[in-house]
Design a protein around this ligand. Structure first.
Ligand code: 13P
Length: 294
């Protein structure tokens, strides 16, 4: 067997286990965190905490973040290198977040991503179904997440309006596509909440009960702890966090720079946000109850 084929089979084996990890979380009523990464340091900090807490983790990479880091191959190489050099033993699922085209999904799969989200929310419903199916037919065994409706707020610096998902639409979409996870738009938003978050828990519960598909909650940052727990009790199997990590990191870095204007070593500047970022990661692992599940 060639080295290439061996590597490929190993990769498929990983993805199989990853799907089981999601199903186990759903069955046992906890959720797996997705923490979005922006650079090497974030990936390292997140992996270190997940290893300490023995939590499986999705490392989310938006298309903008992938571009910022240099491209999908850079991200895959970096994450694989960190897993090896830091002796990470917990499951790490490298996930493309909110890919808006077939091409992006294809490129991430080719580079070695374990999990793909196609976000067809900017297309018509019919086109969303069509492209979701096209992406699915390209996948080997990667976890596949799709979105219907529109999760509002700001992602990669671009603002989007909210459009709620209905039970009927969710059932129809799931019957026409072969996805592993659904991200319904039920009131959560990316970025900072303006006013009180109002999540449609009843619709969430109905979608979960009637389709039995693991559901994903986007816009986890800024939601009260009790609301996140209620979502997990009502069908949410993955919760995505980005903004809270950014804010915590930023606050401490600003403070550091204010007090250390003459420090120019980037390692010192960037890592001044490490403790704050790590404490957010640890907090959400506790809330989702994924500690010790790896
Ligand atoms: P937050 O902006 O609430 O952290 O959400 C991130 C997210 O859902 C990424 O897909």
């Amino acid at each position: 067997m060639t080295k290439q084929l061996e590597k490929h089979i190993l990769k498929l084996g990983d993805c199989m286990n990853f799907k089981e990890i999601i199903l186990k979380a759903k069955e046992e009523n906890y959720a797996i965190p997705q923490f979005n990464i922006n650079n090497l340091e974030w990936a390292k900090y997140i992996l270190e905490v997940c290893e300490e807490e023995k939590s499986p983790v999705f490392l989310g990479v938006s298309q903008g973040a992938a571009k910022y880091m240099g491209g999908f191959n850079v991200v895959v190489g970096m994450v694989n290198g960190l897993k090896k050099d830091l002796n990470i033993t917990v499951p790490v699922i490298l996930h493309l977040d909110h890919a808006s085209t077939f091409e992006l999904c294809k490129n991430a799969v080719d580079a070695g991503f374990d999990s793909i989200m196609f976000d067809g929310s900017k297309y018509s419903y019919e086109d969303n179904v069509k492209i979701t199916n096209e992406v699915k037919s390209y996948l080997n065994n990667q976890i596949f997440e799709a979105e219907i409706g529109k999760i509002g707020g700001e992602e990669d610096g671009v603002a989007d309006e909210k459009l709620f998902t209905s039970l009927d639409e969710a059932k129809d979409f799931i019957s026409k596509t072969n996805i592993d996870m659904l991200a319904p738009a039920l009131g959560s938003v990316h970025g900072i909440y303006k006013g009180e978050p109002n999540i449609q828990i009843n619709v969430m519960r109905e979608i979960s009960n009637e389709t039995n598909l693991p559901l994903v909650l986007h816009g986890g940052s800024g939601l009260p702890d009790e609301v996140i727990k209620e979502c997990v009790a009502n069908g949410i199997t993955k919760v995505n966090f980005n903004t809270d990590l950014q804010i915590a990191w930023h606050n401490d870095v600003v403070e550091f720079i204010k007090n250390n204007e003459d420090v120019y070593d980037p390692r010192k500047v960037i890592s001044s946000g490490e403790i704050a970022l790590k404490s957010v990661v640890r907090k959400y692992i506790q809330i989702l109850n994924s500690k010790g599940k790896a």
